[in-house]
Design a protein around this ligand. Structure first.
Ligand code: URA
Length: 485
């Protein structure tokens, strides 16, 4: 078999070199100027996954039609898994240009249902790449809704050491998070805020690709992560999107430079597909806030919305993320937008929005006043400091694992969750502690959890002197580029 290259007339719609198999309809005798549409049809008819894999293996970019052929083929199952995984590995090794990721992401988003909102709504969405104690969605969404933005958000469940917003909300007695699209629409239209699990057939291409990446060592690849995350955001339909890209020991992207690169790729994809997008790169080497675990995190979010905000890492990130949304949606500068966000806490309107959301999703709003209405844990274990000094670090990843072992998370998708399980920190890095003083309370129903206090202490480090406070928000990526703080 040999290949020929056909150049098409430059004034036609397609003007690029096409490699066609010589054993198909087109032979060396057929080399002639072709009409662009005709050429395209033949190109698709002759497209083979083998050639697409070869191109990427050789470091060449894939065109829109090739990516379309690939995404269509995985969804209609005409492409076998062994070819899909070969291409994933080639992408892992050779990367993808911004044009390729933007095209592939849109094709993935269009592989299933796409949410559409009416033009009069100013829709916003938020995504975090996953952190320990990260309950910012429960604070950002009510603040944004109180500003008049529409938050119609589909969120995920917990897997591994990080939590999921949907599980947290489900810890509120009666709260319904598995909503039909009709229920979802009714709720956000009525209150301007709704957080639900994924419904309908959203982004089937991502489900197929993610499950194959998971078993072929191709998860940690920026173009594949960016297309996976952003395909779900594009399909979810919001016009304004803020991304919280975590970095540090408890994050997916441990290295800040990689976190910025991922943020840039995702922002580019969003902008190329007509959305307003910005990203903050934030530290996740210590848990965010004091609480880790589902109902504990809801209580902490409620405390913040009640005004318990000052000088607190959780508030700093929540306000900064809300400010990005307000700024993108209104054109206000980010500092003024941050003041607007804070005002929604001070005047109680954000808490009111949370209450409205709980009611419209069937939950018991009395939990806001009475935390005793949440399921209570059977056992409280105290983790006490082995020495006097200053807490210098509390490793987020290890704390996420301890929380999971107490019953708050799941290692497999089908594992049950104990909503009352988790950890309440009594000290944070930088705090003074005396030997024997409580560092954290561990909550669980599990009878075999006594060893978790030791595991908690293994995650802590101490020093004789006070350690310098670390930066929490490392920078920002927007349509204007990267700003490092
Ligand atoms: N989260 C996603 O949704 N996709 C990835 O590939 C990684 C993290």
């Amino acid at each position: 078999m040999y290949f020929i290259t056909i150049w098409m007339q430059p004034d036609l719609k397609i003007a690029k070199p096409v490699r066609l198999a010589a054993d198909g309809n087109i032979t060396a005798h057929d080399v002639k100027w072709m009409h662009a549409e005709e050429a395209k049809e033949k190109e698709v008819a002759h497209m083979r996954m083998f050639d697409i894999i070869s191109r990427k293996r050789d470091g060449l970019p894939l065109g829109y039609e090739e990516l379309e052929y690939f995404i269509n083929g995985i969804v209609d199952k005409s492409i076998p898994d062994y070819q899909t995984t070969a291409l994933l590995m080639a992408i892992y090794l050779n990367g993808m240009s911004n044009r390729e990721t933007s095209d592939m992401c849109l094709l993935m988003a269009r592989s299933g249902d796409m949410m559409e909102f009416s033009d009069e709504l100013v829709t916003v969405d938020k995504h975090s790449t996953g952190g320990v104690g990260d309950k910012t969605s429960l604070i950002v969404a009510p603040m944004a809704a109180a500003f008049g933005l529409t938050v119609a958000k589909m969120s995920g469940r917990a897997l591994g050491h990080t939590g999921g917003t949907v599980d947290k909300l489900e810890s509120i007695p009666g709260m319904k998070v598995d909503m039909t699209l009709e229920e979802f629409e009714k709720a956000y239209r009525k209150t301007g805020i709704c957080i639900s699990g994924q419904s309908g057939n959203m982004v089937p291409a991502d489900k197929i690709l993610y499950s194959l990446r998971d078993v072929t060592a191709t998860i940690s690849c920026i173009p594949l992560i960016a297309t996976s995350i952003m395909s779900k955001k594009l399909a979810a339909g919001a016009k304004n999107i803020v991304l919280d890209v975590k970095t540090g020991s408890g994050a997916f992207m441990e290295n800040p430079e990689e976190a910025f690169a991922l943020a840039e790729k995702m922002v580019r994809i969003g902008l190329d597909n007509g959305r307003n997008v910005s990203a903050l790169v934030t530290m996740m080497d210590t848990p965010l806030g004091y609480c880790i675990g589902n109902s504990l995190e809801v209580m902490e979010a409620i405390d913040v919305l009640k005004g318990g905000c000052a000088g607190f890492d959780l508030c700093e990130v929540s306000i900064a993320l809300t400010a990005e949304l307000i700024s993108m949606a209104s054109g206000m500068d980010v500092r003024a937008a941050a003041r607007e966000a804070e005002k929604r806490i001070k005047d109680g309107s954000a808490l009111k929005k949370l209450r409205e959301m709980i009611i419209s999703q069937g939950g018991n709003p009395a939990v806001i006043e009475d935390y005793g209405l949440f399921k209570q844990p059977r056992t409280v274990i105290e983790a006490r400091s082995p020495e006097s000094g200053y807490v210098s670090s509390i490793d987020a990843k290890s704390i996420g694992d301890v929380s999971m072992n107490l019953g708050a998370g799941r290692s497999r998708k089908t594992d049950p969750i104990d909503y009352s399980a988790g950890i309440r920190l009594a000290k944070k890095p930088g705090d003074r502690v005396e030997k024997g003083e409580v560092l954290a309370y561990l909550y669980t129903d599990r009878e075999d959890a006594a060893g978790q206090a030791g595991a908690f202490l293994d995650a802590c480090e101490f020093s004789r002197t006070m350690t310098k406070e670390k930066k929490l928000i490392l920078g920002r990526v927007s349509k204007d580029g990267r700003e490092v703080y």
